[in-house]
Design a binder for this molecule. Structure first.
Ligand code: ADP
Ligand code: MG
Length: 262
């Protein structure tokens, strides 16, 4: 039976498109026929809300991370066929401090996901909070791949090096099986000259570690999150949907290629 491919979307900065990338990519992969599970690990619940789920009482990632519930008890069906999710709630803000007191705290998510290794899902996507705390350590300990969305306008080498050093440490101490990371340029706006310059700088400095796909600022993406539906469903022929579909294809090819090689 095949094991799902786990992909963590991380960046210690907020507002760089992590949640949007998880929401849109998950929907694209599911619409392409894959079985996808998205997990909201951010107590701000933006991914949960982007899927139209507004009930804060539903058990979810907090219960999963602290061992209070099993995976199958917290998975919900989304409105998109083949796309399932684990919601976040405000309780998740307590997970950091609860985990700090636990032995094996970085391994809780990996252990919880072991229940999903039975061929039920093809992909598990992890949406992370904007920090490098113990929840993100759990995500990277449970994952095969890391995707780092970078808001091109605000790209700073130091910030990106911080998350990749964090990845290296997790690989060394916690998850030697983690396979690779790549960067996705997001929120591009070519009406700003700085975006053109910064994109070039990002591609020059990180070369093949940057996806060919890139995501532009698109008002339909904002609108779709307000109505609780991915843009690839709400405006499926629009530019935002096209760019995320192209990214989802590139992502699927990358993980398949690296997965086979390792
Ligand atoms: N391509 C895009 N075009 C327009 N708005 C976007 C785009 N991507 C994200 N946003 C908006 O920018 C904000 C931050 O994006 P989000 O995905 O929540 O980032 P993060 O999860 O990294 O904090 C949100 O309001 C989101 O709706
Ligand atoms: Mg977010």
């Amino acid at each position: 039976m095949s094991k799902p491919i786990v992909i963590a979307v991380c960046n210690q900065k907020g507002g760089c498109g992590k949640t949007t990338t998880v929401a849109e990519t998950g929907a694209c992969l599911a619409m392409g026929g894959a079985k996808v599970l998205g997990i909201d690990l951010d107590h701000q619940c933006n991914y949960t809300e982007a899927l139209g789920h507004l009930d804060e009482e539903t058990p979810g990632a907090y219960e999963l991370l602290t061992g209070k519930k099993r995976l199958e008890e917290v998975v919900l069906e989304s409105k998109v066929q083949n796309l399932y999710f684990v919601p976040a709630s405000i309780d998740l803000s307590a997970a950091e401090s609860e985990l700090m007191g636990m032995i094996g705290r970085e391994h809780q998510l990996r252990i919880a996901l072991a229940g999903a290794m039975d061929g039920k899902y093809d992909y598990i996507l992890l949406d992370n909070p904007p920090n490098l705390g113990v929840v993100v350590m759990n995500a990277l300990t449970a994952t095969d791949f890391m995707v780092v969305p970078v808001q091109v306008y605000k790209f700073a080498r130091r910030g990106l090096d911080r998350i990749t050093n964090f990845y290296d440490n997790v690989k060394h101490f916690l998850n030697p099986g983690i396979k690779d990371w790549m960067v996705l340029p997001t929120l591009l706006d070519f009406r700003r000259e700085k975006d053109v310059i910064m994109l070039q700088k990002l591609r020059d400095q990180y070369g093949k570690k940057v996806f060919t796909s890139q995501i532009h600022v698109n008002s339909k993406i904002l609108e779709s999150q307000e109505v609780g539906s991915p843009v690839v469903v709400m405006d499926k022929y629009g530019v935002g949907a096209k760019q995320y579909k192209s990214f989802a294809c590139e992502l699927a090819e990358w993980v398949a290629r690296v997965g086979v090689a390792s």
